[in-house]
Design a protein around this ligand. Structure first.
Ligand code: RIB
Length: 298
């Protein structure tokens, strides 16, 4: 098996994070504990963790022609993430305003900015031209018609497509048709199906005939096989300080592992271990384990 070659069509943001014991109520002002700026955006997070795992990662996206965009471009370069299909825009780079409470739970508002300007033609060109591409990943912080075009080309090439429907938005029938794997969290699952993933019977109703994984936070994740098989993998017990980017860590690792020839359950197991480690540290990409750390987990 050669190198795992992955394309992420997605968002890149700068995360502006305030840590506080408590999240303020409407009209209330509270003093927090810490403020950080860090690299984020669901697409970039997934690309970065896949690169940490050892994948050859190609990012397809749009950055602002500003300091935030410059620093993300430098970070991709430093990590060896190919940016041949990253364009720049006069629209400001995407930012995420994040509040994290004392339980490590977050609340996020994203301002997509340049992320909403990815050109469909550029996405198609990227997916069509990346050599030995095997897995294409996308999320919902970019326009859905860009993802549809990228996945349609990916399927023409025989690649595997993975959609992380985050943040939730209604998904078109056309997009679902060219999506091999869909990986929602519990909230997104409920928004997609109208019911919480609280039983095997409910899980089996989700996309019959196709593979899905539902991430369950501290409970790990559940694989819903195309034949209706349900397989749960538990997460290790950890002390969570910040869950930001944990779902992205899972998706990026899963994509890397599938592209490396691992089985879906092996890929899921590694994704859960990496995501669990990431919640013990602050930030999104800043919380991700190094390649050396990941090699001790597999
Ligand atoms: O999934 C976490 C990410 O969501 C953060 O890094 C933030 O940028 C938002 O996109």
């Amino acid at each position: 098996m050669g190198k795992a070659v992955i394309a992420v069509v997605g968002s890149a943001m700068i995360d502006l994070t305030a840590y506080a014991q408590q999240i303020p109520a409407a009209g209330q002002t509270l003093e927090g504990d810490l403020f950080t700026t860090g690299f984020g955006g669901k697409g970039a997070n997934q690309a970065v963790i896949a690169a940490h795992c050892g994948a050859q990662v190609h990012f397809i996206g749009k950055l602002g022609k500003d300091l935030f965009g410059d620093s993300i471009a430098q970070n991709f370069h430093k990590l060896g993430i190919n940016s041949d299909f990253v364009e720049r825009s006069d629209t400001p780079n995407g930012v995420a305003h994040i509040w994290v409470d004392s339980q490590g739970e977050n609340r996020i508002i994203i301002i997509p900015g340049a992320n909403h300007e990815i050109a469909i033609e550029k996405a198609i060109e990227g997916i069509n031209s990346i050599k030995e591409l095997s897995v294409v990943v996308a999320q919902c912080e970019i326009k859905q018609d860009v993802t549809l075009a990228a996945f349609t080309m990916a399927k023409k090439r025989g690649c595997t497509t993975i959609l992380n429907p985050a943040p939730y938005q209604p998904l078109s029938k056309e997009l679902l048709e060219v999506t091999d794997w869909i990986i929602p969290n519990e909230t997104e699952f409920k928004e997609l199906l109208g019911e919480s993933p609280s039983s095997d019977e409910i899980l089996k109703k989700f996309r019959p005939g196709k593979n899905s994984i539902v991430t369950l936070g501290a409970q790990g994740a559940v694989h819903v096989g195309s034949e209706g098989t349900i397989t749960r993998i538990a997460a290790p017990i950890v002390n969570a300080v910040d869950t930001t980017g944990a779902g992205d860590a899972f998706v990026g690792v899963f994509a890397y592992a599938l592209a490396s020839g691992k089985s879906a359950l092996e890929a899921m197991d590694l994704g859960i271990k990496v995501a669990s480690l990431s919640v013990t540290r602050k930030g999104a990409q800043s919380s991700y384990p190094t390649q050396a750390e990941i090699s001790t987990l597999s």
